[in-house]
Write a protein that binds this ligand. Structure first.
Ligand SMILES: Nc1ncnc2c1ncn2[C@@H]1O[C@H](COP(=O)(O)OP(=O)(O)OP(=O)(O)O)[C@@H](O)[C@H]1O
Length: 618
């Protein structure tokens, strides 16, 4: 993942034009109707503002005529027109606010969805990289707010430009030389604000790690799962201090950053103020010389004030587009980078052929940033209808091997094969639908019990809330959790989380059975279960494994386990140690071999027979 982020080589003018073009396209694609409404409202607001300047000139002129002419109908109409124009401006302003907000949300949704698409489809390996997390965190935040700000900035630019043209035209009609002077006044602010935007982006990038750490500590302090340990270990003060220290570091950097920004913007504002003062002085001199009438001068001053406000708005809008544009670049380079990764994969893949066994062959794999391989020359095969077990001590590589066999990690060397086809030549989604996998740290979704089982069943949305659909129930029954789910307040439709009203929670073992049901529910050729019985009571464990082959209906399974009693019945057992397969065979063969398997088996079995255990009695 590149850290380079936004492109900065382009000339300022071209860059803003390009950003405006890009964000216009983005906003347009979200809602052409609202876009048109927004532009229409801007034009209306601009016209109202421009007309106001001209009407002010008329009103002043007629007020100055009052001693001679008295209150004329023309004066009354001018005042009414001014009031109508002002009211119109306010109403249009309110409408603009609503349309802007709606458009902003639509843009945010569209960008968020694109980030979600990337986050949920990039190769799993990315999630082992802190750099990826860092960028993901930054772009997640940018996606939620920055496109909205580009949209706002864009409309501010359009609005102020159009209004400036309106008011400018009115002023030009009065005094042609005023406009260029006022435009020159905006230049210093424009330049300093550009530099401020770059500073802001650099600051955000520099603070991403600190922010991630703060978010993590905050998450630990407020999350339900962590709540019990925080109390049991009395770590709340330690966590709060840690949070405060991180925040202090951030605040210190923020102070320096804000000071730098303040210095820059003061410089820009002072220079612009000098130009404005010069313009007003010229006007005063002209009035003194009698070259400008009082009414016109009054209108000109109102015009200058309005136009100056518009120029400030314009500068602010350009700054917003530019600043948010830096984040948009960052966001789009992230999206492009990961789209490219996918594009390098073969674009003409075949659907997975009928299952004829799956295997990993001479596979080596190293986690990003790790100094040693997690797997070295590992070969594990699961034939059609076979039940295969993988055992080994902690950290020996069992889960990693299961992930490579599941197609979630690409091996560094060696192959993962579906029959005689490497995984890389098959359609990813097809392969995934043919392999069901449940990990030891399976996810407890805060959705209904049915949804927790039929997660991937996108077509069944309408039926999901029905209590205990047959196929969902069958999977739950096979995993031994049907009774517990049926007894929930709303049966299978009960939401499984205490975070929401009208929900319920399951015990650790019930959750594990539900996760197993999730694997059974999928009509997959190969079922991979990583530590499926870690939280099961002895009866549930016995029931699960004694009925496993029946439940599988001839499908193949690979399961990882530390419990040797559960692996005895497997067709083949692989024993892993330090990332290698050191033994394989049936239980009987491995016991006869008297290697690591027999040693671990004896250790475990011996715990049940403290007075003496011999593996000659298994
Ligand atoms: N995300 C990761 N990043 C870096 N190294 C990892 C990662 N996950 C696991 N490892 C390392 O890879 C090796 C194999 O881990 P793995 O989880 O496959 O072991 P395991 O046999 O399943 O262990 P356990 O029985 O404890 O579940 C270990 O040395 C572990 O430290």
């Amino acid at each position: 993942m590149s850290r380079t982020g936004p492109t900065r080589s382009k000339r300022p003018g071209r860059r803003v034009t390009e950003l405006v073009r890009r964000s216009t396209r983005l906003v347009w694609s979200c809602s052409p109707r609202l876009f048109v409404a927004m532009v229409g409202l801007q034009i209306l607001a601009a016209a109202a503002l421009g007309l106001q300047v001209l009407v002010v000139a008329q009103v002043l002129e007629r007020i100055l005529d009052l001693p001679d002419a008295g209150v004329t109908t023309a004066l009354v109409w001018s005042v009414v027109a001014l009031a109508v124009l002002m009211a119109l401006g306010s109403v249009v302003g309110v409408a603009q606010g609503s349309v802007r907000r709606l458009l902003g949300e639509l843009v945010a949704r569209s960008m968020n969805e694109r980030v979600q698409d990337v986050a949920t489809t990039v190769p799993l390996r990315n999630f082992e990289s802190p750099e990826f997390f860092e960028t993901l965190q930054r772009v997640r935040q940018s996606a939620a707010t920055r496109p909205f700000q580009v949209t706002q900035g864009l409309f501010t630019v359009i609005g102020t430009l159009v209004s400036s043209i309106g008011v400018g035209a009115a002023l030009v009609a009065l005094y042609p030389w005023l406009l260029p002077l006022l435009a020159v006044g905006a230049v210093p602010v424009l330049l300093t604000s550009r530099r401020e935007s770059a500073l802001e982006f650099r600051f955000t990038v520099a603070q991403t790690t600190n922010q991630r750490e703060r978010m993590y500590v905050n998450f630990v302090q407020t999350n339900r799962d962590e709540a019990k340990e925080i109390r049991a270990f009395q770590v709340s003060t330690w966590l709060r201090d840690r949070y405060r220290t991180l925040y202090d570091t951030y605040l210190e950097a923020l102070r320096k950053h804000l000071l730098r920004r303040l210095r820059l913007s003061t410089l820009g504002q002072v220079l612009s103020g000098v130009v404005l003062a010069g313009t007003l002085l010229v006007l005063v001199v002209l009035i003194a010389n009698g070259e400008v009438g009082i009414a016109d001068a009054g209108a000109a001053i109102v015009g200058i004030r309005v136009l100056q406000g518009q120029f400030q708005g314009l500068v602010g809008g350009v700054q917003q587009v530019h600043e948010s544009g830096l984040y948009l670049d960052d966001l789009q380079s992230f999206l492009r980078h990961h789209a490219r990764q996918e594009a390098t994969a073969p674009d003409r893949r075949d659907s997975a052929p009928p299952f004829a066994g799956a295997r990993i062959q001479d596979v080596s794999f190293r986690y990003p940033g790790a100094t040693t391989d997690a797997l070295t020359d590992v070969s594990i095969a699961v034939g059609p209808g076979e039940v295969v077990a993988v055992v080994g001590e902690n950290g020996s590589g069992k889960t990693t091997a299961a992930k490579v066999l599941a197609g979630l990690y690409d091996p560094d060397t060696g192959h993962a094969m579906w029959g005689d086809r490497p995984y890389g030549t098959l359609v990813d989604a097809d392969l995934r639908s043919r392999i069901a996998v449940i990990f030891q740290d399976f996810v407890r979704y805060a959705f209904s019990a049915s949804e927790n089982i039929a997660l991937d069943d996108a077509g069944a949305d309408a039926r999901r809330d029905e209590l205990g659909r047959d196929d969902v129930r069958a999977a739950a029954r096979a995993a031994g959790v049907d009774g517990a789910l049926a007894r929930l307040p709303h049966g299978y439709a009960t939401r499984l989380s205490r975070m929401f009203d009208d929900s319920a929670d399951l015990s650790g073992g019930q959750w594990q059975r539900l996760a197993i049901a999730r694997a059974f529910y999928r009509d997959a050729d190969l079922v991979i279960l990583d530590e499926p019985s870690a939280a099961l009571d002895p009866r549930a464990e016995h029931d699960l494994f004694s009925s496993l082959r029946r439940t599988l209906h001839g499908r193949s399974a690979l399961f990882v386990s530390h419990r040797f009693a559960t692996v005895r019945g497997a067709d083949r057992i692989y024993v892993m140690s330090s990332g290698r397969v050191v033994e394989s065979g049936t239980h009987e063969q491995l016991m006869a071999h008297r290697g690591l398997y027999a040693e671990l088996f004896d250790l475990q079995a011996g715990a049940y027979f403290p007075d003496g255990w011999s593996s000659s009695t298994p």
